[in-house]
Design a protein around this ligand. Structure first.
Ligand SMILES: Nc1ncnc2c1ncn2[C@@H]1O[C@H](COP(=O)(O)OP(=O)(O)OP(=O)(O)O)[C@@H](O)[C@H]1O
Ligand SMILES: [Mg+2]
Length: 286
């Protein structure tokens, strides 16, 4: 079973944090025990669930954030906070930016998160890791700790940029530090049904990646973008919205199925700019 899921895409603003938070809440609604690990110095998952800035600042002051857990100053279990009955958060602060540099000098620098998670692994049904928009040491740690990767892709042409570098990184991690790593799924986000390009990109990604793409699609939905400023997931903020329903569907889909193995086979038929990008992405380093 895929338990440790890293949500990664080094492209910024594609919906990683939104997915980490709302998928986490969706799985918790299904009565799964979920730990959300905020591994992004922007700490958006933390602020999206804990709106009180003083509380967040107090955690940084007290040294109970993912930064201290990564550099080995504290046990990960000692930074975990309950957000709801089944959802738990390992919060980040902006101090995490220092870890990217400090880790360079530490032993087993790519394995710090995996090692930190080992003692709590059995306590949760799912461990979701939100990562920063880079392929640096923090994201690398999250890939080494994971069973699978969820890749949110915005339904816009330029959203495919950088996908080849991400897939190459995933392969490299799988070939070296973490052989069990699989692609848990590509998630189409910010899908705009009125936009032809959205349909085109979605269709071509499905043609190319087949079953590796989640059936659930996340629509562009204003409730999703409003919810973090209320310190709530969209499921709690506007339970009946299209955004909330789509993340519930994703949680149900994930809960039901097994992970799929990365299939690098390229679809060679009728190249288009999008397919071309995808083919390059899949063939690099394979
Ligand atoms: N489906 C959606 N509909 C509307 N707005 C969305 C949707 N998903 C995300 N957003 C908004 O888009 C912005 C970027 O989303 P998010 O922060 O989840 O991306 P990210 O990949 O985590 O970004 P970063 O790379 O900076 O960490 C946020 O303001 C978020 O509220
Ligand atoms: Mg983010």
């Amino acid at each position: 079973m895929e338990k440790v899921l890293t949500i990664a895409n080094q492209k910024g603003g594609v919906g990683k944090t939104t997915t980490a938070v709302n998928l986490g809440v969706g799985l918790a609604e299904l009565e799964r025990e979920v730990l959300l690990v905020d591994l992004d110095p922007q700490a958006n998952a933390t602020s999206g669930l804990v709106p009180d800035a003083r509380v967040r600042a107090s955690w940084v002051e007290a040294g109970v954030t993912t930064y201290e857990a990564m550099i080995g100053q504290i046990e990960l279990r000692d930074i975990v906070r309950a957000v709801s009955r089944s959802l738990f958060l390992a919060p980040a602060g902006t101090n995490l930016v220092g870890a990217e540099i400090e880790l360079v000098g530490l032993a087993e620098r790519e394995k710090r998160l995996g090692t930190a998670l080992t003692p709590v692994h059995r306590q949760y049904d799912y461990i979701l890791i939100d990562t920063p928009p880079s392929l640096g040491l923090l994201t690398l740690n999250a890939l080494v700790a994971a069973d699978s990767v969820i890749i949110p892709i915005q339904c816009e042409y330029y959203a495919l940029e950088g996908l080849s570098a991400l897939l190459a990184t995933i392969r490299r991690v799988r070939d070296t530090l973490n052989p069990k790593l699989t692609i848990g799924g590509i998630l189409l986000t910010m899908f705009d049904s009125r936009n032809r390009l959205s349909h085109e990109v979605a269709q071509e990604i499905r043609q190319h990646f087949g079953d590796q793409v989640f059936r659930s699609v996340i629509p562009r939905n204003v409730r999703i973008s409003e919810s973090p400023s209320h310190g709530l997931s969209v499921l709690d903020y506007e339970s009946k919205s299209a955004g909330a329903q789509s993340y519930r569907a994703l949680a149900a889909e994930l809960n039901q199925r097994d992970s799929v193995v990365l299939d690098a086979s390229a679809n060679q038929a009728s190249p288009s700019p999008v397919q071309d990008t995808l083919r390059k992405a899949a063939s690099k380093e394979s």
